[in-house]
Design a protein around this ligand. Structure first.
Ligand code: SF4
Length: 139
């Protein structure tokens, strides 16, 4: 699947793949033999917990990284009313220079992919409402 943030840009950034205390529930979901579970981020570094697959500033499972990671900075979540929406994190540096049109075009691509792959059948992928994210489409 296509990703909106170039890998080079991802590797330059030191913000992702870590989850601040109290936000570990936003860690990605991994699938193994049809079973889904959240990646456990136990290693504490400063004020955050780091993904166990994040080593020397790279993702060691890059080619097979979880769906949540592939679509980042997009996110499937519920809105304030409980409806499922597609949202994105405007603060992601990988979006720098991207126009609103490019972001919306990628959102439309992602929606088609999500529907085609039946991603929403698995409620694990639907995260709680996060006020920091910008809603771009209903799902
Ligand atoms: S699986 Fe890879 S991309 Fe996803 S949070 Fe962990 S280190 Fe980052």
């Amino acid at each position: 699947m296509k990703q909106i943030v170039r890998l080079d840009d991802c590797l330059k950034c030191r913000e992702c793949c870590r989850f601040y205390k109290g936000y570990q529930h936003l860690a990605p979901i991994i699938e193994k033999e049809g079973k889904y579970s959240m990646i456990l981020c136990k290693e504490k570094r400063g004020s955050y917990y780091i993904c166990p697959y994040f080593k020397k500033n790279i993702c060691i499972v890059e080619k097979n990284k979880p769906f949540d990671c592939k679509i980042y900075p997009f996110n499937i979540m519920v809105n304030r009313e409980g409806a499922i929406v597609l949202a994105y994190d405007r603060s992601c540096k990988g979006l720098k220079g991207k126009t609103k049109k490019e972001i919306e075009k990628y959102a439309d691509y992602l929606i088609k992919y999500i529907k085609k792959m039946g991603i929403l059948k698995n409620k694990f992928y639907v995260e709680p409402f996060q006020k920091e994210l910008t809603i771009v489409r209903n799902l």
